[in-house]
Design a protein around this ligand. Sequence first.
Ligand SMILES: [Zn+2]
Length: 193
Amino acid sequence: MTRRVDQPRAKFCPNCGKPTQSVFTGGRHRDTCPECGFIQYATYSFGVGALVLRDETVLLVERGIPPIGVWTIPGGFLEQEDDVYTAVQREVYEEASLNVTPQGIVIVRNRVDANRNDMYIVMLCEALPDQQPVPDGRESTQACFVHPHDFDDMNISVFTRWVVEHYLAHRPSPMQMMTVPGYRSDAIIFGNI
Ligand SMILES: [Zn+2]
């Protein structure tokens, strides 16, 4: 796929503040710091969403931040120190006040626009049966378990609707966290068994 996307620029080095120079490296010109060696590569973002099912219903939140008023699965961006497990648990707790246990990855979306290259993964999660969702009133203005029959009457995100309906129709087995003996302990590996 060919897209009109510009290489991100850095006129000044974000590390030391020196003016950068355009240097051909890694197959293209990139703003590079002559002082400390910083190279402006692509800008990325990484998000995670939670698919939380309860009986025949799914946890959705009504967004209080743009796009305001749209219903989606709960989720958000990863912080620098996050792995996807801790990020998805925090985001569901923030937006719906539910404690969840991630079961694995069921959907991955890659979206490229002029500003960034974004990856978003959807994790199947389990919530304890007796917890009731509560919105935080800021990021989420409502939080509840919804039956897919009610999607037609809601302002639901096209992608969220597809995620729920695709999962319920096909029940793909999630890519689960695996341990790789002898491999570095700071990496989380997902794979199918
Ligand atoms: Zn520098």
